[in-house]
Design a protein around this ligand. Structure first.
Ligand SMILES: Cc1ncc(COP(=O)(O)O)c(C=O)c1O
Length: 441
């Protein structure tokens, strides 16, 4: 079995020197929580410039779906780079963008009559969805959720309600967005329990919000993550999306699924909305779509994507190399990785639930496929958030060579590449357990 190999104190001398330069010249707005300098990587293993080797359970924030530098993806990138690097897909035609659009249009839930807009990131995909929803409906209001993360451009940021630091000093943002509570059953915003609640969080939208403050016929879209990502890897109950979409349909409101983090096979299905039996009107994609090459895509039904030439575009969106990387990524996802995400995800959850039996601070273990979160609490009864323990566990794990990230206020996320093996999960679980026991006894 392969283990992380930490030869120096962290950061080692070479990493420390680079970090010193970084601090002088790179934006201080970035949120590095531990001093990892990635030099090269393959699969789930990252090497730093001091010869240390780490096991990566972050996949570069759920991006490197096929593992770092998968040979099939690298080959596709090299071949495309030798042929065509750029020709601005908003002004000209080229094969890889067209081929990928056709592929995504058919992969997306629904009857395949979809069209695709290409950008470079998740925020751009959401931004495009935001503009298309306005363009199509000619309505000005939108709903989004507390805890949601949709990106940081001004439009996407207006939909985001994750952390105030992300919004501080940026107001006024785009008006007309109302944030509503997500189906966070472990901490029900209505103090109810599932299933006796009757999905109150959905009923409240129609019974209270639409009666008192938000005229539904003026709402363009509901923006929702199928599984809330940055907000804490929160899985809503099975009927949540279906019931909410029913209300949306009743009032001609578009249902926009932000699949930027949950999409592209991560949850064991190509798109997480498939777990809920819902066909969204618009879908935002990025992160795992091209295994690390920058690409965002907004997929919408053809009868919705009817905006005129010139109404939205981007010079770099749908870069030929990124599109080729995406096509290679999708081939791997369809061949075996989506299935692997399902199987290994269950293995990881089972391992975590086993640990939960004897480790009190593991309040909630939840997820789908390889989108798995563990919420740490000081006390299982009061559910007091153990944010400090969560942060310490992540630091300890890093020192032992395991890369983890947090999400929400007190959750640890496990979002490894979809290539992860049972042995790699075993190593992750043993380091995680050791770190947890050191921190929370
Ligand atoms: C659900 C979701 N939407 C949008 C974004 C923004 O993506 P990007 O950072 O590529 O702009 C993220 C990033 O974490 C995300 O998780």
């Amino acid at each position: 079995m392969k283990f992380p190999d930490i030869k120096t104190t962290l950061p080692g001398p070479n990493a420390a020197a680079l970090i010193g330069v970084d601090h002088n010249h790179v934006s201080p707005s970035y949120t590095r929580i531990y001093p990892l300098v990635a030099e090269k990587a393959e699969g789930l293993w990252i090497h730093d410039p001091d010869g240390n080797t780490f096991l990566d359970f972050t996949a570069g924030i759920a991006v490197c779906a096929t593992g770092h530098c998968h040979p099939h993806v690298v080959k596709a990138i090299k071949e495309q780079a030798n042929k065509l690097l750029h020709m601005s897909g908003t002004d000209f035609y080229y094969t890889s963008q067209i081929t990928l659009a056709e592929k995504l249009a058919h992969l997306a839930p629904g009857d395949g009559s979809n069209k695709v807009y290409f950008g470079n990131s998740g925020a751009e995909a959401v931004e495009a969805a935001f503009k298309l929803a306005r363009w199509y409906t000619k309505r000005e209001l939108n709903l989004a959720f507390f805890g949601a993360f949709h990106g940081r451009t001004m439009g996407a940021l207006s939909l985001t309600a994750s952390k105030t630091i992300q919004k501080k000093h940026y107001h006024p943002l785009i008006p007309g967005i109302t944030h509503i509570p997500y189906a966070y059953c472990y901490r029900c915003p209505y103090n109810m329990s599932y299933p006796e609640c009757g999905i109150e969080c959905v009923r409240w939208v129609e019974d209270t919000l639409f009666r008192t403050t938000v005229p539904p016929e003026e709402v363009a879209a509901i923006f929702v993550e199928p599984i809330q990502g940055e907000g804490g890897y929160i899985v809503p109950p099975p009927e949540f999306h279906r019931e909410l979409q029913k209300i949306a349909k009743k009032y001609g409101i578009l249902y926009v699924a932000d699949e930027v983090q949950s999409g592209m096979g991560r949850t064991g299905k190509m798109f997480a909305m498939e777990h809920f039996g819902v066909v969204p009107d618009i879908m935002a994609l990025a992160k795992g779509i091209a295994s690390g090459m920058p690409l965002g895509a907004m997929v919408a039904r053809s009868d919705i994507m009817v905006w005129e030439a010139g109404s939205h575009a981007s010079t770099f969106g749908g870069n030929p190399v990124s599109c080729s990387a995406a096509l290679a990524t999708i081939e791997l996802l369809e061949a075996e990785l989506m299935e692997n995400a399902k199987i290994r995800g269950e293995y990881l959850m089972t391992g975590l639930r086993e640990l939960q039996k004897s480790i009190e601070c593991m309040g909630d273990v939840r997820g789908k496929g390889l989108m798995v979160g563990v919420e740490l609490v000081k006390d299982r009864h009061t559910k007091e958030r153990a944010t400090d323990w969560r942060n310490e566990v992540i630091q300890k794990a890093f020192q032992k060579g395991l890369l983890l990230l947090g999400c929400g206020e007190n959750t640890i996320r496990f979002s490894p590449a979809l290539t992860v093996t049972s042995e790699e999960i075993d190593v992750c679980l043993s380091i995680f357990e050791e770190s947890l026991r050191e921190v929370a006894g």
